[in-house]
Design a protein around this ligand. Sequence first.
Ligand code: SRM
Ligand code: SF4
Length: 583
Amino acid sequence: MTTNTTPEIEADRSRDLSQPLEKLAPEERLKYHSDYLAGSIQDDLIDEITLAVDENNNKLMKFHGIYQQDDRDIRDERRLQKLEPAYTFMLRGRMPGGVCTPEQWLKIDELGREYGNDTFRLTTRQTFQFHYLLRDTLRPVMEGLREVGLDSKAACGDVARTVMSGVHPGLSKLHKQVFEQARIASDHVIHKTSAYEEVWFGEKPKEPRGDNEEPFYGKQYMPRKFKIGFAIPPSNDIDIYSQDLGFVAIASRGKLKGFNVVIGGGMGRTDRAPETYPRLGDVIGYVDVEHLLPTIEAVMGVQRDYGDRVTRAHARFKYTVDDKGVDVVKAEIERRLGFALGPVKPFTFESNGDQLGWTTGDDGLEHFTLFIENGRVINHPGRTLMDGLKAIAETGKCVFRLTPNQSVILSDIKPEDRPAIEALMDEHGISNVPTKGRSAMRLNSMACVAMPTCALAMAEAERYLPELLTKVEDLLEKHGLTEDPITVRMTGCPNGCARPYIAEIAFTGRAPGKYNMYLGAGFHGERLNKMVRENVGEDVILELLDESLGRYAAERNPGERFGDFVVRVGIVPEVTEGRFFND
Ligand code: SRM
Ligand code: SF4
């Protein structure tokens, strides 16, 4: 680890890696003694007494992209019957920039049908998840993914997660160049341990795992998860200000030159714990493309060495940035880089949503962004989404690009292939046209998974938001706002997996049927929203929406966004600066 640090950083080493292990969080000891994440997972996979794994292996399996869960819909019933919980596993794949070949899509579809209850889920970080996997099916699923060049490394755990990248290839000449950098970054930050191959594929490591197993991470990996994303203006689809480390692409005459560097974003908070809070990242400077990897190492290195390893709730980079101060952290990054960051280059964002429907790129290729409500790929009567996407993948005529808004772009379609794709979409009832039940607000909505699989959910999200929106759509119709894009996001708890704190309207779960309600974020994710009602049910939510949407329809300025309007007219009170959050 680095020894020559900036004086300010050196003055506060109370929580860094130099502390004795016994003073750190239990997870730090677990990682240290885990033989680089192998633990005893292999033994647990064949334990015949239970269908679960033990607590430590459960934590280690997260680094392999797997979470143990139980079906919360039947938890109480099983407890009464004195049965162990209905244990299943969630497996999250790694998919930098969300790019998925038709062959990969078909394999994900096949595995979802065979092992995952006939469904799979697209996530807010451009990847896919299976739920309901039984422990015995984890290895076949891993093998299936491997057959098509996919894995679940670093999809979870205290490492750099799936790297996000602006998704739409038709919107910018820069897309290909930026995606390539995102892919290189993803390969660079991925953890190197051979434990993954050993546990899931029975491959013995060539050498015993020793001190060089993880040249960057070491035995204790990062203090917590670390998230990296690349945005391509004017689209802020990846919500750059919510990333631990973000890169805003800067170009000159269509050629990628470098990136503005954004540090310290994050969403997670805990109710009634003001020491936890969402934070928007700070734009601290500019680097040329050739300095991308050193910059990532420098920024991650600061968090690796100075992040809090005692209190996990305080271990995200955003708290390191606030505790030390942005300027101090920036100076330490520059010291590690050996040069000063350049001045921030101008850029403009317009939206953090997806551009839905058909777009034609400069190269003549066509792209169709298909809205997938809350990322759930499943068949419904009259809308056989899973079958339709499978049929489209079978044509082999498009690339699948998973968007940061849980949807998919059927991309790179030759004009002569478009009629065949459209015919399949029609056949399976897939369409984005904003009509009743397809308001622009719904098309700009996201909900996290929540019940019944998420262990942390306190209220419904994915299963409830569509129903709530149907009621809100009556209000939209009443006020003539059906076609106005307004972002709305819901999560089952305050952790913020659907990035609710940067939605114009947001709900975070408090208890069954009860939500905190937030209003007033910026349309392109540049301003946090603010809590306007605490722990309220549907009646209060609809009443406040009726009033504020009604006023918006009647009193807005030309082109004014809903989030800006509710701030301007004081429905969201006490705004003193552009970036705020206060509950
Ligand atoms: Fe998340 C934990 C689902 C994106 C912040 N998140 C979880 C877990 C694994 C619950 C758990 O720890 O037991 C959820 C699994 C539910 C399930 O049944 O599948 C879960 N998070 C998701 C997904 C699937 C939501 C979705 O509907 O798409 C997203 C998967 C992304 C991916 O592909 O990697 C997901 N989670 C996010 C995001 C958004 C983002 O990264 O852009 C955030 C906010 C950004 C951030 O990290 O600050 C997010 N998830 C959290 C947190 C709060 C972290 C914190 O700093 O406090 C937790 C809880 C934790 O880590 O302790 C969490
Ligand atoms: Fe679970 Fe909460 Fe994340 Fe929703 S926001 S998936 S309820 S952890």
